[in-house]
Design a protein around this ligand. Structure first.
Ligand code: ZN
Length: 121
């Protein structure tokens, strides 16, 4: 099973925008020639020194980004970092406008405690 061939985009397509996890500067998440998502932060401080932090993701997150990008009409997504695989089953979904955040383990909704026959109220 490979996600690499699905929802292909042209190399260097900007899949999303995010804020650098290192310096907080705005960065563009792009696809490399294999569709893998990455960013490189060129944000410079007031001394002109660049952050140079970079990240790249594996094929599962990259697939989810490409898919969400495509489904968003090929508009760059607003991505909140860090991007993580959520529950180990479905790939993370990255567009915070239309989907729950990818980086939260969503707990099952809380249910009211069942009555125990009046013993505990
Ligand atoms: Zn940075």
């Amino acid at each position: 099973m490979s996600y690499n061939g699905q929802f292909q985009v042209a190399p260097q397509t900007t899949l999303g925008r995010a804020f650098c996890e290192c310096c907080g500067g705005s960065v563009q998440i792009r696809a490399n020639k294999n569709g893998g998502a990455y960013y490189y932060c060129g944000h410079a401080d007031d001394q002109g020194v660049q952050c140079c932090h970079s990240q790249r993701w594996g094929q599962r997150v990259s697939f989810a980004l490409r898919k969400a990008f495509r489904e968003a009409g090929e508009q760059p997504l607003k991505v909140r970092l860090p991007l993580k695989i959520g529950n180990g089953k479905a790939p993370a979904v990255a567009n915070e406008d239309t989907a729950p955040p990818a980086n939260e383990n969503t707990a099952p909704p809380e249910r009211p405690a069942q009555s125990l026959g009046g013993l505990f109220g």
